[in-house]
Design a protein around this ligand. Structure first.
Ligand code: TYD
Length: 133
């Protein structure tokens, strides 16, 4: 089964442009408690390199593009986030890394919980141990 799960959401387009809408628990499979975004990133400086024990997230490149590696400890898949109408799930216990940010990249992330450093697994060996436990 693919690790890559896209979230369907509405974009309302007319001759004035596009408007994308995501509503908590309507398009997202979780309540949205936090929104954060990465910007001013650098092409050669990857980010992420962690998994979450409980947090559920969804990510959209609202401007520019980047690549995201999703890894469940058994398989890895890479997605290209290059459109503001593509939203990918980052489920709990999925190691994720973001690479190749375009200069104008703004990566918006919707999260199911408030920020909690104790929910992070930042060491890949620890992650592998915990997913196989
Ligand atoms: P970090 O998780 O290291 O970013 P990334 O995994 O994308 O490379 O977060 C960078 C800093 O921002 C770190 O000091 C934690 C802080 N932070 C918050 O305070 N709140 C948040 O919601 C997030 C995501 C990070």
């Amino acid at each position: 089964m693919s690790l890559v799960k896209w979230i369907d959401f509405q974009c309302h387009g007319d001759d004035r442009g596009q408007l994308g809408v995501l509503e908590s628990n309507q398009n997202t499979p979780f309540d949205i408690r936090r929104v954060y975004y990465l910007f001013g990133t650098k092409a050669d400086v990857p980010r992420g390199f962690h998994a979450h024990k409980q947090l559920e997230q969804a990510a959209i490149c609202v401007a520019g593009s980047c690549r995201m590696i999703l890894d469940d400890g058994k398989q890895k898949e890479e997605v290209c986030l290059d459109r503001p109408d593509k939203c990918v799930r980052i489920e709990k216990m999925i190691w994720h890394e973001m690479h190749d940010f375009s200069k104008d990249c703004v990566l918006l992330v919707l999260a199911s919980e408030h920020y909690d450093e104790s929910d992070y697994i930042r060491n890949y060996q620890d992650f592998l141990q915990q997913v196989s436990a």
